[in-house]
Design a protein around this ligand. Structure first.
Ligand code: GBH
Length: 480
């Protein structure tokens, strides 16, 4: 096997998201998103924290760009807070020029430093007003129309300068964690100990459907009104973990692995690349899984210029016998951290769900590439937390050897997929540029290559991993 490489123009950099870093929730006219209100419910977030200050990036964005520049990054993926730009969110509601200007300034600062912006339109922070007005993501017609107009506003303001667009970040999380488990905003679930409203058996599937259609509608706006002049690329970003059978000798576990990939990834990617949901989902969910009208299918099918891939880890998969529960979203199986032999899939991190298993990255890149006809892939997130990192002193946090190891393993696995498996991967954004608000885990879990000192004005200090990244990519990217 020859030495693995990456192409010479490979676009690598770092990622963040608006609510996780910006702070300034009420400055210059921004209104609440569903995450501002969700954080106010006691018990939803570790330490009852919120994003009111976070990394203070609304004020310190020039620091962020300097970090990127010092690390040698070629690109930066960030997201836009919809309620900063259109505080009430709707297609007839006023645009907040000051809020929009923040993103114009950020993009200008990036370009002045030679860093390519990649913009995510929606990373989970729906304007609260839309949730109250018509049920937010549950309302097909209103949500789709409002998202299309919001997207148009952003393309118009930034599209001359931004060439990479992501419509939605991880619709799986919005649907399942927001409407089935109820652990993410808006927190709806059938579990009445967590929420007085919600139906885990139906709402997530409707929300997923609506997100797909809204994605298609925004892509249509971009292609018809902006793309020919602005010349950018647009796609949706899907999360997905790799799978290995709990018992490799049991055909039912092997089958369950495939079903897990279909319930998590193909749920969204099949409609985009093939025009309909996977058969395994239709079989289990029946009429609870919405059907595409011809108009909806026309919007969704063929709507990706590239596949945006978020990937962190892998699980062992064990089939379940008997009928699935109505609330089941995994595909009637168990997702486990160790196999039949009792072997762990990877070492512990601070995140209960995250066990590094780098070969799984290569395998999943190939699985996606094979199933969807070798699409262009941008890895839009990959990274790790460290067990106990937050309990250490600053000097120790800066020596994040485990993260250095993780990135080396994963980036090499990606280069293997590019070199040996014919996977057309063209970019990679590490999660994350800096420690930030880790959703329900608050600030207890750090994902950054940069330490953020929350006690001292959110000052930024690069960790060892920040300094290792350029060398890693230089060693893999071919020079000619
Ligand atoms: C990404 O999601 C997010 O895009 C980013 O905002 C976030 O900060 C980053 O990960 C790190 O978490 O609790 O067992 O139900 C990663 C994909 C999928 C990981 C859902 C957590 C929940 C598993 N996420 N998963 S569980």
């Amino acid at each position: 096997m020859s030495q693995s490489t990456l192409p010479k123009d490979f676009l690598w950099g770092f990622a963040t998201a608006s609510y996780q870093i910006e702070g300034a929730p009420h400055e210059d006219g921004r209104a609440d998103s569903i995450w501002d209100t969700f954080c106010r419910i006691p018990g939803k977030i570790a330490g009852n924290e919120n994003g009111d200050i976070a990394c203070d990036s609304y004020h310190q964005y020039k620091q962020d760009v300097k970090l990127l520049k010092d690390m040698g990054a070629r690109a930066y993926r960030f997201s836009i807070s919809w309620s900063r730009v259109i505080p009430l969110g709707g297609r007839e509601d006023p645009v907040n020029q000051k809020g929009l200007q923040y993103y114009v300034n950020l993009v200008d600062e990036l370009l002045a430093n030679g860093i390519e912006p990649m913009v995510t339109l929606y990373h989970w922070d729906l304007p609260e007003a839309l949730d109250e007005r018509y049920g937010g993501l549950l309302n097909t017609d209103e949500f789709v129309a409002d998202f299309a107009q919001y997207s148009r506003t952003i393309f118009r303001a930034l599209g001359d300068k931004v060439k990479y667009w992501v419509t939605f970040n991880e619709p799986w999380c919005s649907s399942i964690l927001g409407y089935n488990e109820g652990v993410f905003a808006p927190g709806r679930t059938s579990n009445r100990s967590k929420s007085s409203v919600g139906d885990s058996s139906t709402e997530p599937w409707l929300v997923g459907h609506n997100l797909l259609i809204a994605h298609g509608a925004a892509v249509k706006v971009y292609r018809e009104e902006f793309k020919s002049r602005q010349g950018g690329q647009i796609g949706i970003t899907l999360n997905g973990d790799w799978v290995e059978p709990w018992d490799p000798k049991d055909p039912k576990d092997i089958e369950a692995c495939q079903r897990k990939l279909e319930f998590s990834i193909a749920w969204f990617a099949d409609p985009v690349y093939r025009g309909d949901y996977p058969e395994s989902m239709r079989q289990q969910l029946g009429d609870r899984l919405p059907k595409f009208t011809p108009e909806q299918r026309a919007l969704v099918q063929g709507s990706n210029d590239f596949y945006g891939m978020n990937h962190y880890c892998a699980n062992y998969i064990k089939h379940r016998s008997g009928d699935p529960e109505p609330e089941d979203y995994l595909g009637n199986l168990e997702s486990l951290l160790s196999n039949k032999e009792g072997q762990d899939i990877g070492p512990e991190t601070q995140s209960p769900w995250l066990r590094p298993y780098a070969i799984g990255f290569r395998k999943l890149l190939k699985w996606i590439s094979d199933r969807y006809g070798r699409p262009i892939i941008y890895v839009t997130e990959n990274g790790t937390s460290l067990k106990g990192e937050n309990d250490l002193a600053k000097e120790e946090i800066l020596e994040d050897d485990f993260r250095v190891w993780y990135f080396k393993e994963y980036v090499t696995a990606m280069a293997d997929a590019y070199t040996h498996d014919d996977v057309d991967v063209r970019g990679y954004m590490a999660w994350s540029l800096m420690d930030n608000f880790e959703w329900a885990e608050g600030y207890t879990t750090r994902f950054g290559v940069t330490f953020v000192d929350y006690e001292n004005g959110q000052q930024r200090f690069p960790k060892k991993s920040a300094k290792a990244m350029k060398g890693l990519f230089d060693s893999l990217m071919s020079k000619s």
